[in-house]
Design a protein around this ligand. Structure first.
Ligand code: KE4
Length: 432
């Protein structure tokens, strides 16, 4: 069965989309621009699958870029939303459910004493940066090339995800003064961080990073890297901020900070905690979070922050995860998938390497090791694009970018893994 979206209706929809939406999409990475071809239009999600408007079914390894760790349409989430819908969609006033969600996040994420719910990962990271700057009285912060922290101005320097996918140097419209205080170094280069902080550390509010990079492909921290960053921050009075919007409830129940045993001063979250509804969160050590209005002077607000639909879905998914902790099992599936894909590519003569952490995985068209974004940029992205198209034809939907991670759910069974590896064998032959 070849899944090439060819029906006239899809073509017409794509033409309409591009007339009224920039690039036909509401987020650049969805455009297939870097892998060629064009996107299908989704009619519905179903467990590990997406079904498009032509009735074609795809094994979905994007899971809405992370949120659906229980797969599409899990009954606990559907039921929670259905019941909340009958009581209302938003009040702009406190609810017990947002308290329950905040308590659960504080209970599960080691670095959280206190947390604020927002509506996206971008809001979470921009707010966390503001709090870090207020708490330290400093403006500069360090990020790492290839890390993506949402699209707020200060972070759009050497960013990953869609910025890297589209090969944008940074972004027009971001004034020089907005990024003047943003320093960038290569991920995993602890010596470079030590050197920078030895000279200028006392001017830094924070070191900001994805503890496992998921926006440059999947790149894990080298042993000692995270521990070293915490030491440097504590030595220079800066805050360590883990952006766990992607890794939170993806690399493990307590996120990367629990998996690697390094507790940051501030944490940002998103995606899984909303189960597909718009949610983000930032939080951390109590004395830092007490700076946030109305308790403290640092202003941060949001009409729909902690809204009842998002907390209903989020509480349902987080509750299930807390009760069942699927991550050890998901790690095994991820390892099997990566081992299979890398083996198939190498057998076809295509240099490849990969990694899996909890329910996230990544494969590079690069012999490895890939320890920083600069390594990932040497991957064969053109061949990846052709491979991606061949996999879509065979009903397997990988992230439409070489600089993204893959996401599993509890619904990806042996049958889906087998289908994926069979499709990969055929696709590898075509692109070898
Ligand atoms: P949002 O504003 O897209 O909810 O979150 C921004 C963000 C912040 N931090 C990290 C580590 C992230 O991965 C993200 C968003 N991730 C991308 C996927 N690479 C979202 C997909 C998209 O942009 O459409």
């Amino acid at each position: 069965m070849t899944h090439v979206p060819t029906h006239a209706a899809t073509t017409e929809l794509w033409d309409r989309a591009r007339r009224v939406l920039p690039g036909g999409v509401n987020s650049p990475v969805r455009s297939f621009k870097s892998v060629g071809g064009r996107p299908f239009f989704v009619d519905r999600g179903d467990g590990p699958f997406l079904v498009d408007t032509e009735g074609e079914r795809y094994i979905d390894y994007i899971m809405s870029w992370g949120p659906h760790v229980l797969g599409h349409g899990h009954p606990v989430i559907v039921e929670a939303l259905r019941s909340q819908l009958e009581r209302g969609t938003s009040y702009g006033a406190p609810t017990a459910e947002e308290v329950e969600m905040a308590e659960r996040l504080v209970r599960l994420v080691p670095g959280l004493d206190m947390v604020r719910l927002v509506n996206s990962g971008t809001e979470a990271t921009m707010s966390a940066l503001r709090v870090a700057r207020a708490f330290t009285g400093r403006s500069r912060f360090l990020k790492f090339s290839g890390c993506y922290h949402g699209h707020a101005d200060p972070f759009l320097v050497a960013a990953g995800s869609g910025v890297a996918t589209l090969g944008l140097p940074n972004s027009p419209g971001v004034p020089e003064e907005a990024v003047r205080d943003t320093a960038v170094l290569p991920f995993n280069d602890l010596e470079a961080v030590r050197d920078l902080f030895r000279k200028e550390g006392d001017g830094f509010a924070a070191i900001f990073l994805e503890p496992v990079m998921g926006n440059a492909g999947l790149i894990a921290p080298l042993p000692g890297f995270l521990e070293g960053l915490l030491e440097i921050c504590e030595e220079h009075g800066a805050l360590l901020v883990f952006d766990e919007v992607m890794t939170g409830f993806r690399v493990g129940l307590g996120g990367a900070q629990e998996r690697f045993g390094v507790v940051p001063h501030l944490t940002t979250l998103g995606k899984v905690i909303g189960a597909g509804l718009p949610v983000g969160a930032f939080g951390g050590r109590r004395d830092i979070m007490e700076q946030v209005a109305p308790l403290g002077p640092v202003y941060q607000a949001g009409t729909l922050s902690g809204n009842p639909l998002a907390t209903a879905a989020g509480n349902a998914q987080l509750g299930w995860l807390e009760e069942n902790d699927p991550f050890p099992g998901l790690q095994e599936v991820g390892e099997r998938l990566v081992e299979g894909l890398v083996g198939i590519l190498r057998e076809a003569g295509i240099p490849a390497s990969g990694d899996a952490h909890g329910s996230m995985f990544g494969v590079f068209f690069h012999p490895g090791p890939v320890e920083r974004f600069e390594d990932a940029q040497e991957a064969d992205t053109e061949r990846f694009g052709r491979f991606h198209r061949e996999m879509v034809k065979r009903g397997v939907f990988l992230a439409p970018s070489p600089f993204e991670a893959g996401f599993l759910s509890i619904r990806h069974s042996e049958a889906e893994i087998e289908h994926t590896l069979t499709a990969a064998r055929e696709a590898a032959e075509v692109v070898a």
